[in-house]
Design a protein around this ligand. Structure first.
Ligand code: CP
Ligand code: NVA
Length: 298
């Protein structure tokens, strides 16, 4: 029987138990400094970007290399993907060269179409719709700082964007409360099953985790930011959260906009652990995607 290709496109596509196993695996890999160079020996990961990246690119590259594999990094503009060639042809050809491919590509629909035609695992490295690899790393971070994510109150501030939407998906899977304090005109048409408010203070009150992201996501340059000012994470907002609450941000940060330096300088800020955890989460995601194609770790 042929095994279904294991894409990592959006959290709700994957059984909750599997996602929890991937997370447990990421914790174990971090704890054990998991770097067996034979795991991905002879395997290649293609990475295609139509937007900038520091963490996603570096963490996937280091993950593959520590586990003995190779990476090929391409700008989408340098490929025929953005030209005359069909998405189907691009996807089928890639499947003949590499073992898995990660795409950071604006259009979620294009990502889904690539996956539909692909014989190898396709990983979502951020689209305008979602950023599941980021949320896997964020959950590793919350679990290591606060013990468990289940039942926690996570408060999101600012734009309701790809990262916020993925947090909303995760809240259903890991059973935590997500409150998003966002400008009224940016509230999602369907509430995505979470609490949406314009009252930043009430959102922060008794929160275990305070989280924000840039007000201007990549591709939205020139957007006005005034409406986001009431949602800035600053010391008075942090003071409403539970004692011991943590501050998170997927980075890159626009200091003085969505969060002040004074918050980033406190012990509550776990941003660098969160960034490091991209590496451990990426290893676990790659191992799951490639399991059965000669890889066995989970
Ligand atoms: N958080 C994140 O995805 O960062 P990069 O844009 O640097 O990859
Ligand atoms: N929401 C941000 C996340 C960057 C990692 C963006 O899409 O630019």
């Amino acid at each position: 029987m042929t095994r279904a290709v294991r894409h990592f496109l959006d959290l709700p596509d994957i059984p909750a138990e599997t996602l929890k196993e991937i997370l447990a695996s990421a914790h174990r890999m971090k704890r054990e400094k998991f770097e067996p160079p034979q795991l991905f020996y002879g395997m290649s990961l293609a990475m295609v970007f139509d937007k900038k990246s520091t963490r996603t690119r570096m963490s996937f590259e280091v993950a593959m290399k520590q586990l003995g594999g190779h990476t090929i990094v391409m700008s989408a503009d340098d490929m025929h993907l953005t030209g005359a060639e069909s998405i189907e042809d691009t996807s089928k050809v890639l499947s003949r060269y590499v073992d898995a491919a990660m795409f950071r590509i604006s259009s979620h629909e294009t990502l889904l179409e690539i996956a539909r035609h692909s014989a190898i695992p396709i990983i979502n490295g951020l689209t305008n719709h979602s950023h599941p690899c980021q949320i896997m790393a964020d959950l590793v971070t919350i679990e290591e700082k606060l013990g468990s994510v289940q039942g926690k109150k996570i408060a999101w501030f600012g734009d309701y964007n790809n990262v916020a939407r993925t947090f909303a998906q995760a809240s259903k899977i890991w059973d935590f409360e997500l409150v998003a304090a966002v400008p009224a005109d940016l509230a999602p048409a369907k509430s995505d099953g979470i609490k949406i408010t314009q009252d930043a203070t009430s959102a922060a009150t008794n929160a275990d985790v305070i989280v924000t992201d840039t007000w201007v996501s990549m591709g939205q340059e020139g957007k006005a930011i005034e409406k986001f000012l009431p949602f800035q994470v600053n010391p008075s907002l942090m003071a409403k959260a539970k004692p011991g609450a943590i501050f998170m941000h997927c980075m890159p940060i626009h200091r003085g906009e969505e969060v002040t330096d004074s918050v980033l300088a406190t012990k509550a800020s776990v941003i660098y652990d969160e960034a490091e955890n991209r590496l451990h989460a990426q290893k676990a995601v790659l191992a799951w995607c490639l399991e059965g194609t000669g890889v066995k770790v989970l």
